[in-house]
Design a protein around this ligand. Structure first.
Ligand SMILES: Cc1cc2nc3c(=O)[nH]c(=O)nc-3n(C[C@H](O)[C@H](O)[C@H](O)COP(=O)(O)OP(=O)(O)OC[C@H]3O[C@@H](n4cnc5c(N)ncnc54)[C@H](O)[C@@H]3O)c2cc1C
Length: 393
């Protein structure tokens, strides 16, 4: 029977990131995925590689600092996958966040990003404001512009997994995991692939099953301690409207932030609008956009781009929903911590709850630090902040 140092369950961005970091650190790695690469949340995100300006409102400063640092690393190691884009924040008479508040937020953002040139902001001139993508001009007072990153989440996940495989990690999909049995010093795992049952052993198991993390715990033979979480649905819509020249950071009627951004759809540049935050109940496999969410996003778009929305060919051409994993709490979903929680569900089985696409690499490095006590030091073969990621590989 084959024994691996690390078994990773799930081939989303976290599974791919941990596989890459573990293989780079010199460990043998197997990834088991029930569907295909990036089948879960990692294909349903807003596709932003960002510090998260809005997290400043809930005082998540260390998450913002870390994410800005990761953004800079990803722009360097994955230049054809992560690109800086201009972000625009329009302020109207009715906007609740006033210009002075936005200025403070953007100044803090720049500071947390070490005042690097890419993190500075400016006020758009009156002349430029008029040229912005048919943006509603009535009662428009000011527009601020700063920079953040955009990616294709599926391509990024595939590129990280490709890098992991180049370092020696193995990936098998689709599989059905049947049981995870805890032994004295390792785990025995039985899974089905191609209608055949297979058994392997792993010294450490990483549960990177996204919204399915607690479901996976049910397959473990020994007692497992699961954290209580809420699954929060987020929907995006793709519109048959020409892509905007940058990313618009808009305030919805309920004061939530909604983005309008360029999106490549079947080889053409279209407009994507997202996202929502709706408590999800049910099975993670069944998540899908609701009519109410689509109407909410359309209403936000129409209130800022009424000219564009009145065109004859204006249509929703695609919609998708994903699930955030957030710690259970009575507080608003908007202000709950968005950082990953690394939790020992049982000794040797580390579960990843939540997190950001942006911070996948630093999260994965943290996982490696945690599992070292079980595995000892590996013979490092590479550093993830030096490994080039590309769609062309
Ligand atoms: C609406 C929305 C917008 C977001 N926008 C952004 C953004 O713009 N920027 C950002 O940084 N972050 C964003 N995030 C967060 C980010 O997308 C997620 O943190 C990240 O994609 C989670 O990746 P993951 O690998 O943990 O989970 P997933 O991508 O869900 O991967 C889990 C994988 O595990 C597999 N799996 C599940 N159960 C099993 C099993 N029993 N056996 C084998 N495999 C299994 C699934 O098939 C899946 O492929 C957003 C999240 C949401 C919901």
């Amino acid at each position: 029977m084959q024994t691996f140092d690390v078994l990773v369950i799930g081939a989303g961005i976290h599974g791919a990131g941990v596989a890459q970091a573990a293989a780079a650190a010199g460990y043998s790695v197997l990834v088991l995925e029930k569907n295909k690469i990036a089948a879960g949340t990692s294909s349903k995100s807003s596709k932003l590689i960002h510090g998260g300006l809005r997290y400043l409102e809930s005082a998540q400063f260390s998450l913002v600092r870390k994410s800005l640092k990761e953004r800079a690393i990803l722009c360097r190691i994955a230049p054809d996958l992560v690109k800086l884009k201009p972000f625009y924040i329009p302020v109207y008479k009715k906007t609740t966040r006033r210009p002075w508040q936005i200025r403070i937020g953007l100044s803090l953002y720049a500071l947390l990003g070490n005042l690097h040139k890419a993190n500075l902001f400016k006020r758009v001139s009156r002349k430029e404001m008029k040229k912005l993508d048919q943006l509603e001009q009535k009662n428009l007072q000011k527009v601020f512009q700063y920079n953040d990153g955009q990616t294709n989440d599926v391509k990024l996940t595939k590129a990280v997994m490709f890098s992991a495989k180049q370092l020696g990690a193995e990936l098998i999909f689709p599989v059905s995991i049947i049981s995870i049995t805890k032994n004295d010093n390792n785990f025995s795992v039985i899974y089905k692939a191609d209608n055949k049952e297979n058994k392997i052993q792993a010294k450490v198991v990483i549960n990177a099953a996204g919204p399915w993390v607690n479901e996976l715990h049910k397959l473990v033979s020994s007692e497992v301690n699961s954290l209580e979480v809420d699954l929060v649905q987020g929907t995006h819509i793709i519109l048959d409207a020409p892509a905007p020249s940058g990313i618009y950071y808009l305030e919805a009627a309920d004061q939530r932030a909604v983005f309008v951004m360029p999106y490549e759809f079947n080889g053409e540049e279209k407009t994507m609008v997202g996202t929502t935050e709706k408590l999800f109940q049910g099975k993670a496999d069944d998540v899908k956009p609701s009519e109410e969410e689509v109407d909410y996003l359309l209403a936000v778009y129409k209130s800022y781009f009424s000219n564009q929305a009145s065109q004859d060919n204006f249509n929703v051409i695609q919609q998708f929903a994903g699930l955030r994993v957030l710690p259970k709490d009575d507080g608003s979903m908007f202000s709950r911590p968005r950082d990953t929680i690394l939790h020992w569900a049982t000794p040797g089985l580390l579960t990843l709850y939540g997190g950001k696409l942006t911070a996948y690499r630093s999260t994965s490095e943290l996982v490696i630090k945690k599992i070292k006590s079980f595995l000892g030091k590996g013979r490092r073969i590479a550093y993830t902040d030096q490994l080039f990621l590309s769609t062309e590989l």
